[in-house]
Design a protein around this ligand. Structure first.
Ligand code: UTP
Ligand code: MN
Length: 386
């Protein structure tokens, strides 16, 4: 305060715990915990996670809360895991967590136990719990969410076979495809496979509209080596966005590479902006696909595997907002919107950025423009793995 500006944090500013086992830990000297922001969009989170032992445990707790319909506690555990993922080194002691944001009593209790015993009894208990295991199994099927999984579990079903032979269960189209190609879909998609799919997309666009371009979004844009699907955003020439996806679907069908498609027409309407109520899905033209990817040889003896592919085609002037939204991670996006609203009085979603004070829309040509409007340092996609 006397310097009148923020100073670099030195060791003397940190509370040291003499009881800490120095062998198993790395010092957090460069970026002390006290400097960690409670907003994921103000943290740089790469894929290098020094706190896996803690974050994996917290994610089990988060999933368990989600399965129990406890959204608040789920978010609490996810936030805690996210903060730990952003640290430049492993946590040395549970006491250090006291100086970190977003780590509530429940999360800290787990860290404490892991620091002391190497594992958490609560997490082990959950992992052995029949309900948790069954819910996780059912939710691993494309088209099955926690609600459906729970209703199956409550009817006493525990295996896929029991679900598939239960006469009263009517699977929808998505779930039918999910079971049919379960073996393929449950194998993570590699970066090389994502690149091969991008070439398929480029080939299709060349045929449909050579001025349209395709960009990988989602986890692969953040540098992940594997994903559960491949996300693409299409940049179409002005006014062409609504024609592209039906044409891609038609093209893939004619090439006999489409196993499943769910096309969602655009419901985007400029006059309905800004949207004050957050919606999980945006209104752009999009589709959720199951695509045959040609391979040399596969485990199944076929020369292809099924891959989940998501496509979105926003209007040209909406592209930067949509790209930012589809790049994720989910928690990063959530905190961007929360930061915009609570710290800047602005509304951000996949469609637009709106200033509530001046009642104006803030234009953007790039993702950098959006960060700038929000007064945030630019965070590269590979630093958004919150
Ligand atoms: P994913 O679920 O594909 O996540 O959504 P991911 O980070 O790529 O993870 P893996 O690697 O596939 O497992 C990608 C992003 O797209 C956004 C999500 O919020 C997420 O950030 N998204 C998805 C939207 O913005 N709108 C949608 O309608 C769907
Ligand atoms: Mn993805």
């Amino acid at each position: 305060m006397s310097a009148g500006r923020p100073l670099p944090v030195e060791d003397t500013h940190c509370i040291q715990n003499p009881a800490v086992d120095q062998r198993s830990c790395v010092h957090l000297s460069a970026t002390p915990e006290s400097a960690v922001s409670p907003y994921a969009c103000q943290r740089r989170t790469t894929l290098e996670n020094h706190n896996k032992i803690f974050t994996e445990a917290l994610e089990v707790l988060a999933l368990n809360s989600e399965f129990s319909g406890n959204q608040g506690s789920c978010l609490g555990f996810r936030r805690a895991a996210s903060v730990l993922k952003s640290l430049p080194a492993a946590l040395r002691s549970p006491e250090e967590a006291l100086r970190l944001p977003c780590l509530g009593d429940n999360s800290r209790a787990v860290l404490e136990e892991i620091c002391e015993c190497g594992s958490s009894s609560r997490v082990e208990e959950i992992q052995n719990d029949q309900r948790y295991r069954t819910m996780k199994l059912f939710c691993s099927v494309f088209g099955v969410g926690p609600k459906t999984a729970e209703s199956w579990f409550c009817r006493g079903l525990k295996t896929f076979e029991q679900v598939l032979t239960e006469p009263s269960i009517r699977l929808n189209r998505m779930q039918t495809a999910g079971f049919l190609f379960y073996e393929d879909i449950s194998v993570p998609v590699s970066r090389a496979e994502a690149a091969a799919l991008k070439m398929m997309m480029e080939e299709a666009l060349l045929f449909i509209n050579p001025s349209a371009t395709v960009t990988i979004t989602g986890g692969f844009r953040r540098g992940k080596e594997f994903g559960h699907d491949v996300d693409f955003i299409i940049k179409a020439p002005e006014g062409q966005e609504d024609r592209i996806l039906p044409a891609v679907i038609k093209r893939f069908k004619s090439q006999n590479v489409l196993l499943y498609s769910d096309f969602q027409k655009s419901t985007f309407d400029l006059r309905q902006l800004p949207n004050h109520r957050f919606e999980a899905m945006d209104r752009f033209s999009k589709c959720f696909l199951l695509v045959k990817l040609q391979m040399q040889e596969s485990r199944t003896g076929r020369n292809w595997r099924a891959v989940r592919v998501d496509l979105v085609a926003p209007p040209l002037e909406r592209f930067p907002y949509a790209l930012l939204g589809w790049t994720g991670s989910t928690l990063f996006e959530r905190d961007l919107r929360r930061f915009a609203r609570l710290e800047r009085g602005k509304l951000l979603d996949n469609h637009t950025l709106y200033d509530k004070t001046t009642k104006t829309f803030l234009p953007a040509n790039t993702e950098e423009d959006i960060f700038q409007h929000l007064g945030l340092e630019y965070i590269e996609p590979w630093q958004r793995n919150a």
